[in-house]
Design a protein around this ligand. Structure first.
Ligand SMILES: *Cc1c(COP(=O)(O)O)cnc(C)c1O
Length: 354
């Protein structure tokens, strides 16, 4: 039976992945020397495509890591001397704050109240050096509108701001001018196999890293932002990287560019409307996030009474794999991913089955 993975990550692979993997084998990508010119060309071209696709300013750097969580750690280590500030809307935001504490930083946080949401209420103390925002928290399905991230940066222009867009790219349209560090991994919205992360770094964040290094503060070693950035100038990585995944990211970014990112964003919004409308009108299940403004279009969390497991099993029997609720909500909620790899036809069938 053909299965469709509506799980939030890893998820349904992008439809062109089998073709690209087969070409990678033919092109000997799996044996490619990561210090050679061919790899440098691949790095350079992947960075170029990501910048065009996401509208990232020229002077920002694209750095390759191994996963989304690594983005959290590298960011804290790389630009925080003493104090970070975290806007928390779910478990991924909490994890980021916990990692900062484990790295010995002084952690301040603000718990987002979804019933009484107003980003202007977030007050950030003078001593906070970095503002950490989980733009789309996959555990709760809470989405912080990109315009509100801009607002925070405009209110605190001297502070650095870092955003986790692991489960909202390539859909989320960020104005990178207002963001210093962005990170994501590829097994969610890009529909790739897991094992590759990306950090998007601006010159201001790099400057802060340099300051920390000058002060003899540890920013990590081979994957510290300074090493990553220096190698990236020559289109290399410090370690032997996941070349296959960089190749696949290059190809899928190219496919999305060909289809057109605007079209894909529009389709995602349409599918998202369909899902939320369906559950608003369902007699037993409903969207967990009540504020429409804060509902994630890409990772949708639904309250399913105590029927989560039963429902997931019934769907799996028909080939539709949906996620369980996160953590303590495992048995009461389901999570449905709405990524570019999910087509409207499969989605309609999924909803019909529910
Ligand atoms: C999945 C996820 C992560 C972790 O990414 P990994 O690639 O598994 O390390 C971080 N943040 C958010 C919002 C996520 O959804």
């Amino acid at each position: 039976m053909k299965k469709v993975y509506f799980t939030v990550g890893p998820s349904q692979i992008y439809p062109t992945i089998p073709k690209h993997i087969s070409n990678a084998l033919k092109e000997d990508i799996l044996s490619l020397n990561h210090r050679g010119q061919e790899f440098k060309n691949l790095y350079k071209d992947t960075a170029r495509k990501l910048k065009v696709l996401l509208n990232i300013p020229k002077d920002y750097q694209i750095l390759f890591t191994s996963c989304g969580l690594e983005g959290m750690e590298r960011t804290i280590q790389g630009v925080v001397e003493k104090t970070s500030f975290h806007i928390i809307s779910g478990y991924f935001g909490k994890a980021w704050a916990r990692y900062a504490a484990e790295l010995g930083k002084n952690v301040l946080s603000f718990d987002l109240n979804t019933d009484n949401y107003n980003i202007d209420k977030v007050e950030i103390p003078q001593k906070a050096e970095l503002i950490c925002v989980t733009q789309n928290d996959t555990s709760t399905g809470i989405w912080i509108p990109p315009i509100d991230i801009e607002k925070i940066k405009k209110k605190y222009p001297e502070k650095l701001i870092a955003i986790d867009v692991v489960s909202s790219l390539p859909h989320v349209d960020i104005n990178y001018k207002y963001v210093d560090i962005t990170f994501f991994s590829v097994q969610k919205g890009f529909g790739l196999p897991a094992g590759l992360g990306v950090i998007i770094l601006n010159p201001k964040a790099l400057e802060k890293t340099e300051q920390l290094v000058k002060k003899n503060i540890s920013i990590g070693s081979y994957h510290g932002l300074k090493n990553l950035s220096e190698k990236a100038k020559d289109f290399q990585t410090p370690e032997t990287p996941n070349v296959l995944n960089i190749y696949l990211l290059n190809k899928v970014a190219g496919d999305i560019l060909k289809t057109g990112i605007d079209k894909i964003r529009k389709e995602t919004d349409e599918k998202s409307r369909l899902i939320y409308d369906f559950f608003e009108n369902h007699n037993r299940y409903y969207p967990v996030v009540s504020s429409k403004k804060l509902r994630s279009p890409t990772t949708i969390v639904i309250y399913a009474k105590e029927e989560s497991e039963k429902l997931r099993k019934r769907l799996a029997d028909k080939g539709y794999i949906v996620g369980a609720g996160y953590g303590e909500n495992k048995l009461t909620q389901i999570r449905i991913a709405n990524f570019p790899s999910h087509n409207l036809r499969d989605l309609k069938k999924l909803l019909k089955t529910i």
